[in-house]
Each structure stands twice: as C-alpha cells, then as structure tokens.
Design a protein around this ligand. Sequence first.
Ligand SMILES: NC(=O)c1ccc[n+]([C@@H]2O[C@H](COP(=O)([O-])OP(=O)(O)OC[C@H]3O[C@@H](n4cnc5c(N)ncnc54)[C@H](OP(=O)(O)O)[C@@H]3O)[C@@H](O)[C@H]2O)c1
Length: 350
Amino acid sequence: MTRPLKLLVLGGTRFLGRHLVDEALRRGHAVTLLHRGLSGPGLFAGAEHRIADRNGDLAAALHGGPWDVAIDTSAYVPRHVASLAAALAGRVGRYQLVSTVSVYAEDAPAPLAEDSPRARLAGPATEAVTGETYGALKALCEDAAGQAFGAGRCLIVRPGLIVGPHDPTGRFSWWVRRFLRAAAVGGEVLAPGDPDAPVQFIDARDLAAWMLDQAEAGGHGTFNLAGPVGGTTMGALLETARAQLSPAARLTWLSEAALLEAGVSPWTDLPLWLPAAQAALHRTAIGRAVAAGLATRPLAETLRDTAAWLATLPGDEAVMPATPPGGPPRPQPGLPAATELALLAAWNRR
Ligand SMILES: NC(=O)c1ccc[n+]([C@@H]2O[C@H](COP(=O)([O-])OP(=O)(O)OC[C@H]3O[C@@H](n4cnc5c(N)ncnc54)[C@H](OP(=O)(O)O)[C@@H]3O)[C@@H](O)[C@H]2O)c1
C-alpha cells in the first residue's frame, strides 16, 4: 500500500460512503466522517466522527486536519461544495465529488461520454432536489468543485446505478427481492422488454475500491463509472438472478409495447428497465475509468451478497426498503405482485 492517507468523508454511513469507509479503514487509512448522526448509528468505531448538518456552517465541525483527500458523497447543491471549501480553508489536498450520470442532458446521444452535453436548470436557480433538477444541480456541484478546489485537484465521479448490499433505493434490490419471493412461492417472473438490451450498474464496493485507488494515486479528472466491465444485458442479469436465487422460476418476457400500453412506468415500476428510445443511461462509455483501473466483480457475487444482506434486515425492510432518515418518504419502486400477475395473465392469453 501507499502511505496511509488522512481522509475526510462527507457522509459515509449509508451505502456508497459506508463501503468507502469500510474499505479505507481496511486499507489502513485514517478516516474522519462528517454527517448528522442519523444514518447507520454506531458504525465505524475506528473512525473519527464529526456531527454537523452541511446545510449549516461547517467551520466549527471541520477544525483541525489537514486531510489528504476529502471524499464527498453527500453534496446535492453547489452551496454544499462551496461551503465545504470555505470551511476547510485550504486544509485539504484533493477533493473527490460523487456526481452522477444523471448530469447528462436528456437529449444527449448515446453513448454518454464524459464530454457529452450536461443538463441545465430550466428555471431560475433552485435548491429543490427533484427528479427534474437532480442532474442539473449535480452539474452545478461539479462546476463549484472546479472553482473551489481547482480542476487539477478534483476527481469528479459520475456513477450510473449503484447496487449491492446496503442499497437504500430498492431498485436493483427489488429484482433480488422478486427472485427471493419466486424461490419461496414459485412461479413466473415478468421480464421486461428486450433480453438483449444492454444494462449498466456498478457494485458500490467496486466503485469504492476504484475511488480509493484514485485517492492513493492522486487521480483527478472526470469519469463515468458503470459496469460490468465487458457489458451485460437485461437477459443475462435476470437469468443470472434466476440461476443464483430461484432456479425453479420461469422468466416470461413481455414486449416493451405491451408494457407501455398497460401503463407500466419504466425504471420505477420495473427497476432498470428502460424502453429503447430512453436507454442512453445504459449506454454510458466507461473506457476512461477502465483505463484508470476500474474492475468489476462477477454479477453473481453482487446478487448473492445483496440477497445475504436482505436476509439480515428486519421483516418489513427485507420486503421493502426503509426511507433514509432525514428525507421525505419516497415512492417504493417495483410492481405490486397483483399487477404483475394480471400483466402475465393478459400476456399469456394473447
Ligand atoms: N444510488 C445510486 O444509484 C446513485 C447513482 C449515481 C450517483 N449517486 C450519488 O451517490 C452518492 C452516494 O450516496 P450514499 O447515500 O450512498 O452515500 P453515503 O455517504 O453512504 O450516505 C449519505 C451520507 O450523507 C450523510 N448526510 C446526508 N445528509 C446530510 C446533511 N445534510 N449533512 C451532513 N451529512 C448528511 C448521511 O448521514 P446522516 O443521515 O447521519 O446525516 C450519510 O452518512 C450521492 O451523492 C448520490 O447522488 C447515487
């Protein structure tokens, strides 16, 4: 290993950040976390915790340092980046910002590369993070990072869908839950659209390892982070899930047209599924990250580990993800069982 680093993690107790801190401690780095103390209580006794809300002034909480790298998983509006930089007042070497592939403009053509056009806020400046503003606000966070820390000291990380144990969003894990239910009660699983359609996602642990490699190597620049390296398809994803979690289940593929006609919402009702016309998010160019060492674990491992994590949750959370603390309740992704049954029955009657 390189010399141990002093890392400051803005966040670090929920999902991606949790894996980052876990791996950083495993690698022997010294970690300071800043968070509100709401998520993951009791985690990481081996790290230093600073309790603060980054919507307020961080100067008091961020005394001391200096830190080699600040890793920011929890900036959603540019003010978060600017106020962090002001509070640190130069007491950090480099800055990693977790942005998103949602920064790309809705009409940006696939494949999405790091220089593809980014979204802009439609109206006047807002700090309301919604499905419509999230990407454009992250783009402004990226700009604020460059201004506050200097482009040569910033690593801008644009992940696609992040998956794996501790995922609070219930999207990829909805499929894991769905196959676990099929293993328990048997039967047919609705599979959406074209089995040959590409799908992309990245295991949070692979992303965390890559970011820490970059922290150790002094990496900077802007990178899309998605996987698996080498690519996969919806068919391969669902077949692997079936084989790993519910070998007796049967997949029934419903056409994109039938699903859209029945009013099924892409991405939310059937997570990861996007109609061909909207599928740019599954066509993100990741060559730059791969050239910088990105490696992704086998899909079967991500599926098995996600299932093992779900098995540790209390009953209701194992069936449906809990809303993260401090945020508004959010709609749960995934088709209700009765709707799926009705869709399958209608398809099979054709
Ligand atoms: N999930 C995806 O598929 C996906 C895809 C692309 C990009 N991203 C990006 O990935 C990042 C990772 O998010 P994560 O939730 O996995 O990170 P995380 O670091 O594991 O969890 C979020 C952390 O932020 C802290 N936090 C939240 N609000 C805060 C506030 N106002 N002040 C201080 N601390 C606060 C939380 O602790 P407390 O609650 O205790 O404060 C928690 O420690 C996000 O920036 C997201 O935009 C996610």
